[in-house]
Design a protein around this ligand. Structure first.
Ligand code: F6P
Length: 370
């Protein structure tokens, strides 16, 4: 029989998302209620395998109820995160100037044992959950995952926390851009995050009544985008709003990636500006681009995200108490359930092109450039 749980570790990995602190607070409350101690590993796994980076070499923070007081509504994560330096392929500069990748997972497992942790709750997206799953298998660590990402692109869960906050912010930004677009008779291009999935662009685009929405799942043709703008012009609507997912792709083209290096997540960027330039040249209309970028990850989580985060955090603790391991907490409305982490790790949930939000958008006259 497994050892009874006394000390658990929590970490947050990948990009921050509104709601992370609420998850941490729920974990701490639910765990301390059961008499367990909770510790936060700083900056993903850095606190365990790079302890020299922290004061007194301590990369692990005791998380007491006092430490998590008043953090539910705060963006970010009080224990820090990273989406750089995958410990399985950690980039180590060599004397000859080259970079060698090292597997440092053994140091993480040793650190886990040194601290006497009985289990890990890993909060992260597909990359972080994949890593946690691999560590748990190698180190025989009891693990429960909590899915996080503003991109909403995780399999197995109807929603991830952070997504609703990102969509709400993007919708407000689109609302505000309508004023200037209409007053100046311009085209405004709004680029939003989302990696290879178009959930943020689609939801904010429809909610914000954009005229064109470009998402990775539907390759676009710029001439059709220009046709839509010109048709609006002919109908006396001399402004347009285009929402572009950072990972959208032109028909027969490739994604706009600005960074692709070993040990690092691929970084998207630049598509909004490219599209704005193409629209200006095809329609002769003054066009501006706004990149919402990391603004989508900041600020206070919406009530929906806070509640989801608190439910996920408490459910992760209940899962450990029930003896579950190798599972991830998911939203399966109206319930929160657990599914094997293998069903989530290393997978991406794309927008189904026949989903009702896309059908609704088409019925509303929104163009996808297809
Ligand atoms: O996965 C979350 C996310 O915000 C993506 O939407 C975006 O492509 C990426 O992270 C940006 O990461 P970084 O913080 O490295 O710029």
């Amino acid at each position: 029989m497994a050892q009874p749980i006394k000390r658990i570790a929590v970490n947050t990995g990948g990009g921050d998302a509104p709601g992370l602190n609420a998850v941490i607070r729920a974990i701490v409350h639910a765990a301390t209620r059961r008499g367990w101690e909770v510790f936060g590993i700083r900056d993903g796994y850095n606190g365990l395998f790079l302890p020299e980076r922290y004061p007194n070499g301590d990369g692990v923070i005791p998380l007491t109820r006092a430490r998590v007081r008043g953090i539910t509504h705060l963006g970010g994560t009080i224990i820090g995160t990273t989406n750089r330096g995958n410990p399985f392929h950690y980039p180590m500069p060599q004397l000859d100037g080259t970079i060698k990748e090292l597997d440092r997972s053994g140091e993480i497992i040793a650190g886990f044992e040194k601290h006497g942790f009985d289990a890990l709750i890993a909060i992260g997206g597909d990359g972080s959950l994949t890593m946690a799953n691999e560590l748990a298998k190698r180190g025989n660590i009891r693990l429960v995952g909590v899915p996080k990402t503003i991109d909403n692109d995780l399999e197995g869960t109807v929603a991830t926390f952070g997504f609703d906050s990102a969509v709400s912010f993007a919708t407000e930004a689109i609302d505000r851009l309508h004023s200037t677009a209409e007053s100046h008779h311009r085209v405004m291009v709004v680029e939003v995050m989302g990696r290879t999935a178009g959930w943020i662009a689609l939801n904010a685009g429809v909610a914000g009544t954009a005229d064109v929405v470009l998402i990775p799942e539907i390759p676009y043709d710029m001439r059709l985008v220009a046709d839509k703008i010109n048709a609006r012009e002919a109908a006396g609507r001399n402004f347009s709003i285009i929402v572009v997912a950072e990972g959208a792709v032109p028909k027969g083209g490739t994604t706009s990636v600005v960074e692709k290096e070993a040990g690092k997540a691929e970084r998207f960027g630049g598509l909004g500006e490219k599209i704005a330039a193409q629209i200006q040249s095809l329609t002769q209309k003054e066009t501006r681009c706004v990149v919402l970028g990391h603004l989508l990850r900041g600020g206070t989580p919406t009530a929906f995200d806070r509640l989801l985060s608190l439910r996920f955090g408490a459910a992760a603790v209940r899962a450990l108490e029930e003896g579950q391991s190798g599972v991830v907490v998911v939203l399966d409305p109206p319930a929160v359930n657990y599914i094997p982490i293998d069903q989530v790790a290393d997978r991406v949930r794309h927008v189904p092109v026949d989903c009702d939000t896309i059908l609704t958008a088409r019925d509303l006259g929104i163009s996808f450039g297809d």
